[in-house]
Design a protein around this ligand. Structure first.
Ligand code: SAH
Ligand code: SF4
Length: 368
């Protein structure tokens, strides 16, 4: 009999399994809570359960669907990148980033999860897009990435996970069922509120409409990258099926329905989407949608002539966004392998924009 992943098993399933071994039903609730303890790494670590029961459960329930195949650190140990191996031998990247408390902002620990092995969208600036789509993750694989990251933070003496972003490998709204099922578990069992969870999408318009009706409202980040269809068709090939007007309308509908402020992400590529015209287009779209703008200078990827613009071009671009709520994820200076393959963003280096187009020091960063 194949094992049932414990992290996503329904409450009734766990109760059936536990009582099937002659234990009281309350053991199921104990088990459900215990799997979220960062220091619990195998079924045997759940000392509240009788040893005999632990052994029996280990045969029937799969404690985790991911194993950590490699772990690397950056930012003096505050960023941990995990290579998570799945049961079929595929691997995905997961990143945990701790940001200490600062004046005006609380400590946070953000986990960046992958929703797919590879991605079918094929954005030309993205390392994951180069792989094509191998398969989607299961909900348990997403949830178990968060548990693995939580354990990695704990081993370094760092605190609990406060935020989750679906910004690793894959397009979360193309793996819709996985994303919804994993979101529900993160909110209900891990106790991470939906407003602290961000789903980043390249623009699967029908799925945005659907997500607005789910009754669970994560923050939605739209990977815009271009403010004209002509350029966006090239940078995000999905745009040919779901052009900008339909995407912005879906995003605004989502914001209306859920009361959540949208985020527009913009991977800034030197000589490609850093023109004043593109910046003004972005400003107009963000003003219309009341969206927060997140600018990410492009990380170099192998065999691509593209990269981030120089500082002057970046400042000129940001200068056009005067008056908008803008954060910049400054990835320059981050260690080579700091984060989600393509993302590699040192999230704690968020800075906010001054009216003159310069950036305030990270300490004064705008809250996201
Ligand atoms: N597929 C989803 C989520 C994963 S990508 C999406 O596209 O939104 C998460 C973010 O990283 C996206 O905004 C994506 O455009 C950005 N990204 C991808 N490659 C990048 C690169 N080389 N440099 C900077 N950001 C990148
Ligand atoms: Fe896929 Fe997002 Fe990468 Fe585009 S940026 S290829 S949608 S993972």
């Amino acid at each position: 009999m194949s094992q049932i992943p414990v992290s996503t098993a329904a409450a009734e399933t766990l109760t059936d399994v536990v009582t099937g071994h002659g234990a009281s039903a309350f053991r199921a609730a104990q088990l459900r809570r215990a799997v979220w303890q960062p220091f619990v790494v195998t079924m045997d670590d759940i000392h509240q359960l009788p040893a005999g029961l632990r052994g029996a459960l280990a045969n029937e329930l799969q404690f985790s669907t991911v194993t950590v195949a490699a772990e690397t650190e950056a930012d003096a140990g505050r960023t941990v990148k995990l290579l998570c191996r799945l049961d079929d031998g595929q691997t995905v990247e997961t990143v945990a980033m701790e940001t200490p408390a600062r004046e005006g902002s609380r400590r946070r620990a953000t986990v960046c999860v992958s929703s797919q092995v590879g991605c079918a969208v094929g954005c030309p600036f993205c390392a994951t897009g180069r792989m094509g789509l191998l398969r989607s993750c299961t909900a348990a694989e997403v949830v178990d990435q968060v548990r693995a990251a939580s354990g990695a933070l704990h081993r370094r003496g760092l605190g609990p996970v406060t935020h989750v972003v679906y910004m690793g490998m894959g397009e979360p709204l193309a793996a819709y069922d996985t994303t919804i099922a994993s979101l529900r578990v993160l909110v209900a069992d891990a106790g991470i509120s939906a407003r602290r969870i961000t789903v980043s999408t390249s623009g699967v318009v029908p799925a945005i409409h659907r997500l607005a009706q789910e009754g669970i409202a994560p923050t939605l980040a739209i990977s815009l990258h271009a403010s004209s269809d002509e350029l966006r068709d090239r940078l995000v090939p999905l745009n040919r099926a779901h052009p900008l007007a339909s995407l912005i309308e879906a995003g605004m509908g989502y914001a209306r329905q859920t009361g959540r402020r949208l985020t527009f992400e913009w991977c800034l590529i030197g000589g490609v989407n850093d023109s004043m015209e593109q910046a003004r287009g972005l400003r107009d779209l963000a003003a219309r949608a009341h969206a927060h703008v997140n600018v990410i200078p492009m990380n170099h990827i192998d065999d691509s002539p593209w990269g981030p613009p120089d500082r002057r071009a970046e400042r000129a671009f940001l200068g056009q966004l005067d008056g908008m709520v803008v954060t910049v994820r400054d990835t320059r200076g981050a260690d080579g392998e700091a984060a989600c393959g393509q993302l590699r963003a040192a999230l704690e280096q968020r800075r906010s924009l001054r009216p003159d187009g310069t950036l305030s020091p990270p300490r004064r960063a705008a809250a996201v």
